[in-house]
Design a protein around this ligand. Structure first.
Ligand SMILES: [Zn+2]
Length: 557
């Protein structure tokens, strides 16, 4: 199937032809780690995760490499660390770990999900501070090539020098579709005195006391630190080479960040292009307004996953992802409470369609046995058209309709949901679960204490991996006088702290029935089963880890 992608540089959608189909390479600009990422930051993470999954499907998991960097040296980081009075490394590590926890809940592939021991990495998250040597090398090359110059301990890149070079190099401004004059007019009025030209941008700058610093390139004595744009040129070069296939990021990065990355890389390595395809996801606004701290509509991924700030409840990560994928990635997107509510309702119906217990256990068994689960062609076809995720979702809805009386469609739906990273067997179970209360008397306690929101919050927190929140909510629920038990399948049950009379009676009957079964008195065994059924108790016969028969029970719903 032919993948077609829209290229920001040429402004056209065209067939994607990898430089090397055995080594398809994608770079995406990652977060600057100084604070929780806002929901707009989740958009490229989700969009390029879908593309990564599609590329792995089309070219094979061994033949795709994904690099998403971490910017861990930046003015905002220095300022925030100083404000909080903590070392920079502590701030960047903490923020990076929070970022990982947040996006993991969104069901995106992580390096540890795809990298295999002893094999070249398929997903790399390089840190800027670990690539200073590569940055210095590129800067030296740019100075030697006449594209950059030293002034007052800074190294500056000269777009004019790039455009004056009569060679295969692209024109500066080609990506942003701006002329140099327009860019100069748009530059800040107060231009630093050491710049030869207002359009020149910083590759390296001296560090102030207390700021991180490294030995400088280009013969500069004072120690310094890199500008932002050079980081990505260095990390892309190190991990993907001088040229690669896809460079992605948010639309706000086109200028100046990507324009400058492209200029640096092409001039340093004498190439006509940096990436074959430049892809940019559209803006995200919140409730029809631009997200900003001053408007009070600034919302982080973490707040959506763990707090009531947006819509009065925490949201399962799959809801956020499903809502995000309904818009085409290049379109601007309006993030609204209504959209999340609709997405949640829709995930319920998709999970019911794909969530029959036999199908789930069959699917898990297939995965464990390494059996390939073919992905619905129409889904792949939709994604191959410049990641048409809304069309892919339309197909999910069709499959859900067919799934009512067609197991093959249900299975296709389950596999497609997994492929897109929307839900897997475990989270389908979460959406599908009818209730965790295993005893009528416990049910009464819970309903007296709670209208269902605390237990729902616990489910969401558990599904999102918010372990601290899980512990808080568990304490709250146990304060009602019941016990919570977390089960190996990722769910939990709420049980009585002391065995109730009813519970004891049920246990006695089960023992009697087990004894009847052991002496092959199936008549008696069936009679006891019916007696229990009349009490509203459903028996489940199974085997424990050692293969011995065990019987569990739950309240019929
Ligand atoms: Zn970048």
């Amino acid at each position: 199937m032919q993948l077609r992608l829209y290229d920001t540089l040429t402004r056209e959608k065209r067939p994607f032809v990898p430089l090397d189909p055995n080594n398809v390479r994608m770079y995406v600009c990652g977060p600057t780690v100084y604070d929780f990422a806002h929901i707009g930051n989740a958009r490229p993470v989700i969009v390029f995760d879908v593309l990564f999954r599609l590329l792995r499907h089309l070219y094979g998991a061994d033949h795709v490499k994904y690099v998403r960097n971490i910017t861990d040296v930046d003015d905002k980081i220095n300022e925030r660390a100083a404000e909080r009075g903590i070392p920079i490394r502590e701030l960047t590590e903490e923020t990076y770990n929070n970022f990982r926890d947040d996006i993991r809940a969104l069901g995106v592939l992580m390096p540890e999900d795809v990298n295999l021991p002893g094999k070249p990495p398929r997903f790399v998250e390089p840190r800027a501070t670990e690539h200073i040597a590569e940055m210095r090398t590129i800067i030296e090359r740019l100075v030697q090539g006449g594209f950059a110059y030293v002034a007052e301990d800074h190294v500056l890149f000269s777009p004019q020098a790039m455009n004056a070079a009569n060679s295969i190099l692209p024109r500066y401004g080609a990506l942003a579709k701006r002329t140099l004059d327009e860019m100069i007019a748009g530059a800040r009025v107060d231009v630093a005195p050491y710049k030869r030209d207002p359009a020149d941008f910083v590759l390296w700058k001296p560090s102030k006391p207390g700021e991180p610093s490294w030995p400088s390139p280009a013969g500069i004595k004072a120690e310094g630190r890199p500008g932002w744009h050079i980081e990505c040129s260095a990390m892309a070069w190190k991990h993907l080479g001088e040229q690669f296939d896809i460079h992605g990021g948010g639309i706000d990065l086109v200028f100046p960040h990507h324009e400058n990355e492209l200029a640096q890389t092409c001039c340093a390595f004498h190439k006509d292009r940096m990436a074959n395809v430049w892809m940019h996801n559209g803006f995200l606004q919140v409730e029809r307004e631009k997200m900003s701290k001053s408007l009070g509509n600034f919302v982080t991924i973490n707040e959506l996953l763990a707090t009531d700030k947006f819509g009065g409840r925490p949201w399962h990560g799959a809801v956020l992802k499903f809502a995000m994928l309904q818009s085409h990635y290049r379109q601007p997107m309006d993030w609204t409470v209504d959209k999340l509510k609709q997405s949640r309702t829709e995930l319920f119906s998709l999970s019911f369609a794909a969530g029959n217990a036999n199908l789930i256990s069959q699917s898990l068994a297939e995965v464990a046995a390494g059996i390939e689960q073919p992905i619905d062609e129409e889904i792949v076809h939709a994604l191959c058209d410049d990641l048409n995720t809304s069309l892919a979702i339309t197909r999910l809805r069709e499959l859900a309709k067919e799934a009512r009386n067609n197991t093959a469609a249900a299975k296709k739906l389950l596999v497609a949901l997994k492929f897109l990273g929307i839900m897997d067997e475990k989270s389908i179970h979460y959406f599908h679960m009818a209730g965790p209360i295993t005893d009528v008397s416990v049910g009464q306690i819970v309903h007296e204490k709670d209208d269902g929101t605390t237990i729902e919050r616990l489910r969401v927190a558990q599904a999102n991996g918010q372990l601290q929140r899980v512990a808080e909510l568990a304490r709250e629920i146990e304060g009602w006088g019941v016990s919570l038990r977390f089960l190996p399948d990722g769910t939990f049950s709420i049980e009585s702290r002391v065995a109730t009379n009813r519970g004891r009676k049920v246990e006695e009957l089960i023992e009697d029935r087990n004894a009847a079964r052991a002496r092959k008195d199936f008549k008696e065994s069936d009679r006891i089963r019916d007696e229990l059924a009349a009490m509203g108790v459903v028996l489940k016969d199974g085997k424990d880890a050692d293969g011995n028969p065990v019987t569990t029970w739950e309240i019929a719903r």
